[in-house]
Design a protein. Structure first.
Length: 73
């Protein structure tokens, strides 16, 4: 089965970016999922897409921050 590419800025992506914008330091998937009120597995998958499109960065292994590009949205 081919891998399905997801859109980075669907409702899940927007909720993740909004949650990340509220953190003052890098956050893990579970923290982001709790703040965004999403399933952790959904957050993990969507973060890969957001990372690939430059909306988030991973400064520390397993932790994410929103980029300036992500903030502009």
């Amino acid at each position: 089965m081919p891998c399905r590419r997801s859109e980075p800025l669907d409702e899940t992506g927007k909720a993740i970016l909004k949650a990340l914008a509220e953190f003052t330091e890098p956050a893990g998937c579970k923290q982001i999922a709790e703040k965004a009120r999403l399933d952790t597995r959904k957050v993990i998958g969507k973060l890969r897409t957001l990372l690939r499109h430059g909306y988030v960065e991973r400064p520390v292994k397993g932790k994410y921050v929103i980029t300036e590009k992500g903030k502009r949205l």
